[in-house]
Design a protein around this ligand. Structure first.
Ligand code: GCU
Length: 453
């Protein structure tokens, strides 16, 4: 029963986080129709016939076409070696990694998976909505609400206003490290405060309280204020603004990179905020926002630490592993907008084995900065996120961290639940709760303290 409830909860979260809550059925239909039209348009740009598209497995374990959740049925796959250049030569120095191999990997991710940033992205003007002294739980904080107004003079029909909340301990004597979460400033489900989901019991402080009591700050950045979480929204938001409302080209950015771009703009603001130590800003997110957190870390060198929550496929999970969510799900009309159009090719003309990169290389391009990969328990969270696949994303990034003289995960076989692999710059922990980073916060904060204190 518990299993079923949490599974239903996961499916529920997935559906509502599709930014469709609070919509009337007619509005939802319209979003679906426009999404379908955008998706079909991309198929025609790619020369793909709809009949050629392979459908992904189902997330419901009861369905006949349920995604694989049996370790003994996992396929054999070959991963590219992050330390071998395309010309076959081994990468033997940080210099060759930085100057040759890393750019090769970045280019592949940009062309085939997450898309490229356009050249004409307009600037953001950050404005303070309010600054106030308040409390989070019992802790006094200085809270700022900001709006990042994107210059739309080139196309005034589209407005983009980024929502950002920043809180620092009120008694801070100097600048503090900050964890920025991709999330919701106001609880979209009720008017009460936002509590992380999946916590084992009552009484555990929220993540915000845990950070403040440790002397750190937190920030919440709202992805949907940057770019909508559906294909229908691709002709608006920051992607639509730069395209002047036109369709994307196959190599252009999807929502994950757009959200990551927004995080970079928040960092620009942090550079001028006298309460924040901009050299110590971490990025955190769960699920699709966990994917966004990893993409942010990979492409934004100013991010100091990562907390990558249940990012699954499209995040830290090895895409080639036939377990849980697959590329065919990611590139379906429900989720393709997270990626560039070219990614859809891997569900028709090509297959996952043809991808020039896999998730271990996304983790690797974060090196040498510390990344913590987090997951929940399969009994509670389900197997869709593929906890082991995410662990392996960390394992196979290890050689790149070692090239920098840093420590890898220190394990190659999947650890027992609750084991904290936190002795190095690559860290992993599977907590016993559900689809949440909640139960891993205290472990994460202790690990972060090694780098920040
Ligand atoms: C769906 C999707 C996942 C995603 C999740 C979420 O389950 O398939 O890739 O991580 O939604 O963001 O909640």
């Amino acid at each position: 029963m518990k299993k079923l409830t949490s599974l239903i909860a996961l499916i529920f979260v997935c559906q509502i986080s599709n930014a469709q809550f609070g919509l009337t059925p007619a509005q939802r239909d319209s979003i679906n129709r426009l999404t379908e039209a955008d998706y079909n348009q991309m198929l025609s740009q790619l020369g793909i016939d709809k009949g050629q598209i392979r459908r992904g497995p189902s997330g419901n374990p009861k369905d006949l076409n349920a995604a694989n959740s049996d370790e003994s049925k996992v396929n054999q796959y070959v991963l590219s070696d992050p330390l071998v250049l395309k010309n076959g030569k081994k990468v033997s120095s940080v210099k060759v990694w930085n100057e040759q191999r890393r750019p090769e990997i970045v280019k592949d991710f940009e062309n085939e998976v997450y898309g490229k940033l356009p050249e004409n992205i307009p600037g953001v003007n950050w404005q303070v909505v309010y600054i106030r002294d308040t409390l989070i739980g019992n802790f006094p904080i200085k809270e700022k609400l900001l709006k990042g107004i994107v210059d739309n003079s080139a196309y005034p029909k589209i407005n983009v206003v980024i929502n950002l909340l920043v809180a620092t301990p009120l008694d801070a004597k100097r600048v503090v490290p900050v964890v920025m979460e991709f999330g919701f400033i106001k609880n979209p489900f009720s008017s009460g405060p936002i509590k992380p989901m999946g916590l084992g019991g009552a009484g555990e402080p929220t993540w915000q309280e845990q950070l403040i009591s440790r002397g750190y700050g937190y920030a919440i950045l709202e992805p949907s204020s940057i770019q909508a979480d559906n294909g229908a929204g691709l002709n608006s938001g920051i992607i639509g603004l730069t395209n002047k409302g036109q369709y994307r080209k196959p190599e252009e950015w999807g929502s994950l990179r757009a959200w990551a771009w927004g995080a970079s703009r928040a960092l620009d603001y942090f550079e001028n905020d006298k309460d924040i130590d901009v050299t110590k800003v971490a990025i955190e997110g769960l699920s699709r926002y966990g994917k966004a957190a990893l993409v942010t870390m990979a492409f934004e060198p100013r991010i100091s630490l990562g907390f990558i929550g249940s990012s699954g496929a499209g995040g830290a999970k090895i895409l080639r592993r036939n377990f849980g969510e697959q590329v065919e799900n990611l590139a379906s009309s429900f989720e393709y907008h997270w990626f560039c159009g070219n990614f859809i090719k891997y569900t028709s003309q090509k297959s996952v084995a043809d991808l020039p990169v896999d998730a271990h290389e996304l983790v690797a391009i974060c090196a040498p900065r510390p990344v913590f990969i987090s997951s929940g328990s399969p009994q509670v969270e389900g197997n869709w996120v593929d906890a082991k696949g995410m662990f392996l994303g960390g394992v196979h990034a290890g050689p790149v961290y070692k090239l920098f003289g840093k420590k890898d995960l220190g394990a190659t076989s999947f650890p027992k639940m609750g084991t904290a692999l936190v002795s190095g710059e690559l860290a992993f922990r599977q907590h016993a709760g559900g689809h949440s980073t909640g139960p891993n916060w205290s472990t994460w904060i202790a690990w972060a303290g090694k780098y920040w204190d």
